[in-house]
Design a protein around this ligand. Sequence first.
Ligand code: CTP
Ligand code: CA
Length: 232
Amino acid sequence: EASGSPVLDLAGRRVVVTAGGTREPLDPVRFLGNRSSGKQGVAIAEAARERGASVTLIAANLEVADPAGCDLRTVSTALELRDAVREAAVGADVVVMAAAVADYRPATVSEAKIKKDPGSDEGLTLELVRNPDILAELGHAAHDGTLLVGFAAETEPDAGRLLELGRAKRRAKNADLLAVNRVGWASGFATDDNAVTVIDGDDTIAAELHGTKSSVAHGILNVVVSKLSSAP
Ligand code: CTP
Ligand code: CA
């Protein structure tokens, strides 16, 4: 926190955070990626650390410095992130899936650099296959005692429809909480500010947060702490 000593309301808790964006290789020099900088996920890891948690940060191609005091696991692809989070999630109190995970990866990865066909000026069609939905897998597996927090990145401009998309996503993945984030060409990614609506397990709004990614992180953790302390 900016001033005073932080409240250690996550002391003794183990928190796993995924951050950044996965990259899916096409060949040794190319990948399919996305514009997630990792800022919001890193801010959540830092905030949880400040509040006394022991934090594992699963970092996928961060564009920001990794935070001090976290157990850092570096990954690049969705399949690597899945392995790392599955391992780290065992016995964790909280798993926050803030990473932007590629929905598809190239069906094959070429060992050699893909070359243009010099004899033609035709385009190239890439074949992609689905990646597993890591949050849905965690949500539909037994996860007693582990609070699952997802994110949703949506470009929907209408606030009511945005909320409905978030509610449907939370239900489909069986997450305990889902933070809905409106993104666009110029908002949500490398910016310092963010605005999210946190949807609770009963479809109600648990929090509406806007401000720096650090203040949004603390707001999300306030909801997490209240859910942890009300759990049986
Ligand atoms: N997620 C995941 N594994 C994937 C894709 C997404 O774990 N293969 C997680 C993200 O980390 C995030 C949540 O699911 O916490 C929602 O991601 P998002 O991309 O908004 O939703 P999708 O379910 O992939 O739906 P779509 O991209 O089609 O809107
Ligand atoms: Ca997606």
